[in-house]
Design a protein around this ligand. Structure first.
Ligand SMILES: [Mg+2]
Length: 168
């Protein structure tokens, strides 16, 4: 059953965990849950977690984050997920806020399955890769200080519906 769903690759920082950038003001929100992970504080937006949870019937959710297994360790109960998600392992010693370091591992993990990818740091390399895939591919780019919005969730839901209709 799960194999019939498109994959949704989920970044954490800038999608569920919010932070400011030189262009974006700090995220001061009433609905955040403070989480200390590895000595670093994270503002987890609970609305964003609820939006992610709303997508579980449309996608197989897979972590695509430098948090790797820590995303399961730290976030499942915050989100309300009962089962750990699959995790993309990144063979890189250095995580940064660029996205291209994820591409090789994502491509290998996805194979030829339809996929969506939500991340705050997509770049031209990601867009070229998405265009080059033979399976349906949707990139959803967030702002790091607001993350996964209602509009993003609606876009993802509608896209998954299209995929189902095309497959039917
Ligand atoms: Mg990020």
């Amino acid at each position: 059953m799960g194999k019939q769903l498109p994959v949704l690759y989920v970044d954490v920082d800038g999608v569920l965990s919010l932070f400011d950038t030189p262009k974006a003001p700090p995220p001061i929100r009433p609905d955040t849950h403070f989480l200390g992970v590895g000595g670093v504080g994270h503002l987890i937006a609970l609305d964003n977690c609820a939006r992610l949870l709303s997508l579980v019937d449309d996608f197989e959710l897979v972590w695509a984050t430098g948090w790797e297994e820590r995303a399961n360790d730290e976030l499942l109960s915050v989100i309300g997920l009962s089962e750990p998600l699959d995790v993309v392992s990144f063979d890189t010693a250095k995580y940064d806020h660029q996205a291209h370091w994820k591409l090789g591992a994502l491509d290998a993990h996805a194979g030829d399955r339809p996929l969506a990818w939500i991340d705050d740091a997509l770049d031209d390399a990601c867009r070229e890769w998405a265009t080059s895939r033979s399976a349906p591919t949707l990139l959803v780019e967030t702002k790091s200080n607001e993350g996964l919005t209602d509009a993003h969730a609606e876009q993802l839901t509608n896209w998954a519906k299209q995929i189902r209709e095309q497959a039917a």
